[in-house]
Design a protein around this ligand. Structure first.
Ligand code: ZN
Length: 189
């Protein structure tokens, strides 16, 4: 059954929270890369993100799908079955894979990313190769079912419920180096 899991995700004990003293350090994106990676996103995907994760309290999420690849996001699938009693977003892989297989893959869409919201001040993926969002993204890229993915779109979402504004903090993990890179999102029709 593992073959069909697009979203392997090992829960990690804690999310780093920048507001807390002594919070674990987050992996810093590669600052040597001057030009951010451009990710184009359809207005539809942006709207769906804004009206779901972008409006709810932190640590909600979902997945991005595309017909072309991780640098052109066609749609966003809100994970409305995640366990909201927890302080960290854990994707419900079974639920999301079911929707992918039923509604998207028959139409040529593929899983290309995971987005979730963070508490105030932590506007980058948490963790490193050993834990947190960075570890989860690596697991997704290294999963056999995602072997064709050259990159994974892993934005952190700032929700209106958290700061009074909806904002995307876009990042991409490249298969080439399994590192987190800053990205820039351009909305397209
Ligand atoms: Zn996170």
């Amino acid at each position: 059954m593992e073959e069909r899991l697009r979203l392997p995700y090992e829960p990690t004990p804690t999310e780093c929270v920048a507001d807390q003293p002594n919070a674990p350090q987050c992996e810093t994106p590669d600052r040597k890369q001057h030009k951010p990676i451009i990710v184009r996103m359809r207005q539809l995907a942006h709207d769906r993100l804004r009206l779901t994760v972008g409006s709810l309290p932190a640590e909600r999420g979902g997945i991005f799908v595309s017909r072309q690849g991780p640098l052109l996001i066609d749609d966003f699938v809100f994970d409305d079955s995640s366990d909201t009693s927890r302080a960290v977003y854990y994707p419900n892989a079974d639920y999301l894979n079911t929707i992918l297989e039923r509604d998207y893959e028959p139409k040529g869409f593929c899983f290309v990313g995971v987005g979730h919201s963070h508490p105030r001040g932590l506007w980058r993926p948490s963790g490193d190769a050993g834990w947190g969002d960075v570890k989860a993204a690596r697991s997704n890229l290294l999963s056999k079912s995602n072997a064709d993915l050259a990159a994974l779109f892993i934005p952190i979402i700032e929700s209106h419920a958290t700061t009074g504004r909806f904002r995307l903090h876009p990042f991409v993990m490249l298969r080439a180096d399994l590192q987190v890179h800053p990205a820039r999102v351009e909305i397209v029709d």
